[in-house]
Ligand binder design. Structure first.
Ligand SMILES: *Cc1c(COP(=O)(O)O)cnc(C)c1O
Length: 395
């Protein structure tokens, strides 16, 4: 069987850092994926919050094909229209002043950390502390895995970059104790994703903003997962009425083409002079052409209202499951289409059973089912998933 050969080849040759599910995905259409045997799967993972417009979205396919036929890459030594357009759109949407494109989330965060450090040096050589949250996730480069408040991502990689400290998300008092004039930046996901889908409570983010202002520290929001319309607003921070000095994006930004970005205020932007940062691939015309399709689609009021409405419908259905299975489900939480179901036990078996029944879902931190589907899902897709989940939970 071709499938067995692919497993064997990949298992033998690919770096063994992923525990993979035993299916070979071949193509996609809207909210569905198909493996090489033609089996159909309902996709409630979207390549980890990436395929915001679903799979094989015709305007995106068309744009990428057209751009590839024109030019894929030119380096950042020259101007291209797709990049100029994408930067202008991000600046307008973020309310910040300048954008930079990288190739991934980790790289976007790495750039944000670098510019924050450089900016703070203007005030004092000791202003180097970067405070992040426990259970956060910011990436896999040395600086971003140090920013990530989960020690298991750091073990064995020491020495780690210096200057990072951690606080508990949603605890403004703890931040008030840790922050000082030596703090260069506070970096948070407005809604924690990987760490278990934790939205901010009450006016936590406002308090964080005030503390940053008090100590002249920059506020960096990592919207790599919560951004691009996922919360029901283009940036989740709009939902909570708090504006950062730096915001980072990636995942859904180009609908599946690798990209990352950070946006900054003009004042912060001036900390970097020509030569202080760079990238070969980042913001190339192919990635930016794809990003432009996303940036022309997702921020639309009707599109975002759809995310909000389907998200609300989905969350209600998940509450329904909690009511039916209180011995299994501890909590349902999230915003828009980043929803989490905290289980009392490990969720691995539920994910496997859903896969057998043709639904792709994810479990993070062992027992939180995390739903981050394409933003184009309809209530009927939610019903389809809930039916499967109901069956699996009922066993
Ligand atoms: C996925 C993710 C990252 C890392 O993105 P990569 O593209 O995998 O480097 C960083 N921050 C958050 C919040 C993420 O969800």
């Amino acid at each position: 069987m071709i499938e067995e050969k692919i497993f064997e080849r990949d298992d033998k040759n690919y770096l063994p850092v992923f525990k993979r599910y035993k299916i070979v995905l071949e193509r996609g259409d809207g909210v569905y994926l198909y493996d090489i045997n033609g089996k159909k799967y309902l996709d409630f993972l979207a390549g980890i919050a990436v395929n915001v417009l679903g799979h094989n979205y015709p305007p995106l396919v068309k744009k990428i094909s057209e751009q590839a036929a024109k030019i894929i890459h030119v380096s950042n030594l020259y101007y291209t229209q797709p990049q100029a357009d994408a930067a202008a759109k991000l600046v307008k949407l973020s309310g910040l002043d300048r954008a930079f494109f990288a190739n991934s989330g980790a790289e976007a965060n790495e750039g944000a950390i670098k510019i924050a450090r450089k900016f703070a040096k203007k005030f004092s050589p000791e202003k180097i502390q970067i405070i992040t949250a426990w259970d956060s996730f910011h990436g896999r480069t040395l600086a971003t895995l140090t920013a990530t408040g989960q020690p298991h991502y750091q073990e064995g990689l020491e020495p780690l970059p210096a200057g990072f400290d951690y606080v508990h998300f949603n605890d403004a008092d703890e931040l008030a104790e840790k922050i000082s004039d030596k703090t260069c930046a506070v970096m948070l996901e407005p809604i924690q994703g990987e760490g278990g889908v934790y939205p901010p409570k009450n006016d936590y983010l406002k308090k964080v903003r005030d503390l940053c202002d008090k100590h002249n520290a920059l506020l960096i929001f990592d919207e790599i997962q919560s951004g691009i319309g996922r919360s029901g607003k283009f940036f989740a921070y709009e939902k909570f009425g708090v504006k950062p000095d730096i915001v980072t994006l990636a995942k859904g930004l180009a609908g599946g083409v690798p990209i990352g970005a950070f946006c900054v205020t003009e004042e912060v932007a001036q900390a970097f002079k020509p030569g202080d940062h760079g990238t070969t691939f980042g913001g190339n015309p192919l990635a930016c052409a794809a990003a432009n399709v996303v940036l022309d689609t997702v921020p639309d009021e009707k599109f975002l209202a759809h995310v909000e409405a389907v998200g609300k419908y989905f969350k209600e259905k998940l509450f329904g499951l909690q009511k039916k299975y209180p011995e299994k489900i501890l909590d349902v939480r999230g915003e828009g289409l980043i929803l989490g179901v905290e289980l009392k036990k490990s969720g691995a078996e539920i994910v496997n059973e859903c896969l057998k029944r043709g639904a792709i879902i994810n479990c993070t931190v062992g027992k939180v089912l995390r739903f981050i589907p394409p933003l184009i899902i309809e209530p009927a897709h939610v019903d389809e998933l809930i039916k499967i989940l109901d069956e699996v939970l009922g066993e």
